[in-house]
Design a protein around this ligand. Structure first.
Ligand code: GAR
Length: 202
């Protein structure tokens, strides 16, 4: 049966687009993106989804208490019978209510090798700290920021002449690759969670 993916985003939407490409190309088999939801008006990711003929919703979050807002989003995801939720540049912390509604069914992509550099401007944090290897992480989401069991990571070496922009660009390329890989693993059910470890099963 076709698995239905719901994407939550707040901005540009390049990770959404990479997922949509992978679905179209069969790299994520037996899946479709059923709905794209943004908490911000004018998010370019929403236009990208419309161009692809994917259903979209803008649900402005400004001024709403976290759980009140999350109930609205949850209702739309239920309406579209979503099996898996992918956060793709969704710049909001989820309420414990929302996380409990979708146990182990929410994934996030983050532009650092977690648990290093959670939060905002991770690429800048990595450069300023002076690490030699940066990267990105796809993980299951819990109610803490950029936490939850790690599904896939990719390493990106830092070059001496890197700027925040050049490093971010190389990390983003890897983000696009590993998000699809992680979604495929999860939708195929070829994993088990042991404590914090996500182990592959064949
Ligand atoms: C991506 O780099 C993603 O990893 C990051 O926001 C960017 C969104 O870009 N997410 C986080 O920092 C989550 N804590 P996109 O809108 O082009 O996918």
């Amino acid at each position: 049966m076709t698995k239905r993916i719901g994407v939550l985003l707040s901005g540009r939407g390049s990770n959404f687009e990479a997922l949509a490409e992978s679905v179209a190309a069969g790299r994520i088999p037996n899946a479709e993106i059923a709905i794209v939801i943004s908490n911000r008006e004018g998010a370019p990711g929403i236009d990208r989804a419309k161009t692809r003929g994917i259903a979209t919703r803008v649900i402005p979050s400004k001024g709403l208490e976290r759980e009140v807002y999350d109930r609205q989003v949850g209702a739309v995801l239920d309406e579209y019978k979503v099996d898996l939720i992918c956060l793709a540049g969704y710049m909001r912390l989820l309420s414990p209510y929302f996380v409990a509604q979708f146990p182990n069914r929410i994934l996030n992509i983050h532009p650092s090798l977690l648990p290093s550099f959670p939060g905002l401007e991770s690429q800048r944090q990595a450069l300023e700290y002076g690490v030699k290897f940066a990267g990105c992480t796809v993980h299951f989401v819990d109610e803490n920021l950029d936490a939850g069991p790690i599904i896939v990571q990719a390493v990106v070496p830092v070059k001496d002449d890197d700027t925040e922009a050049s490093l971010s660009e190389r990390i983003l390329k890897e983000e696009h690759r590993i998000y699809s890989e992680a979604v495929r693993i999860v939708l195929e059910g070829k994993y088990k969670i042991a404590g914090r470890r996500v182990l592959r099963v064949t």
